[in-house]
Design a protein around this ligand. Structure first.
Ligand code: ZN
Length: 201
């Protein structure tokens, strides 16, 4: 399965001139919700990710996703792994486990996102789960932006990565984009105007 082509086909990998959430500019942007718009495609991506995870012989009881972005990816991955699916969500800024979802002491949890940039939301979800006495045994995402090192990748982790070294991180592909400070952006210099796609567009 060609992951980059799959994202392109889904309209999830945009080309143009974008303002990233960091404020830097780039000629590429991942609108990762778009890749899950087609349930069949979502199922195939999750199955591919499940194959990588199953090869590692890690005991997993439950997949937990940080809402909203991780929910569909987490649900599809749980289905592919044959595990329970739960999510944590923000209430007044802080992540919580709500809606009657529970974890037991020692339960083995995989935290799943649609995309991992620096891993901030994944780590917030992890903190909620560990506070409740369960154990985070792995992280997973469909796409990795290249700040953290996914298992099997030669792309070295960057200082911005918040995921712990001791816990494996699985992802289908590294999406490393050229990034420019706005004042040094060659696209700006050529006269083009950057747009901010974000989750609202
Ligand atoms: Zn620019």
């Amino acid at each position: 399965m060609n992951i980059e082509q799959t994202y392109k086909d889904a309209g999830a990998l945009l080309e143009g001139h974008f303002i990233l959430s960091s404020g830097n500019h780039s000629n590429r942007y991942l609108q990762s919700a778009k890749v899950l718009e087609d349930p069949k495609r979502a199922e195939l991506l999750a199955k591919e990710l499940a194959i990588m995870i199953k090869a590692e012989d890690i005991q997993i009881d439950t997949v937990c996703a940080p809402a909203l972005g991780g929910v569909l990816a987490g649900y599809e991955l749980a289905r592919a792994l044959g595990k329970r699916s739960i999510f944590v969500e923000r209430k007044e800024g802080a992540m919580e486990l709500r809606r009657g979802f529970e974890v037991t002491k020692g339960e083995k949890i995989l935290i799943c996102e649609d995309i991992i940039t620096t891993g901030g939301s994944a780590m917030e979800a992890s903190a909620v789960i560990e506070e409740l006495g369960a154990e985070v045994v792995a992280f997973a995402a469909l796409a990795n932006r290249g700040f953290c090192q996914r298992k099997g990748s030669m792309v070295a982790p960057k200082a911005e990565c918040k995921l712990p070294n001791a816990v494996p991180f699985f992802a289908l592909e590294d999406f490393e984009f050229a990034m420019y400070a706005p004042e040094e952006c060659p696209l700006c210099k050529s006269g083009s105007i950057a747009i901010k796609p974000g989750s609202r567009n």
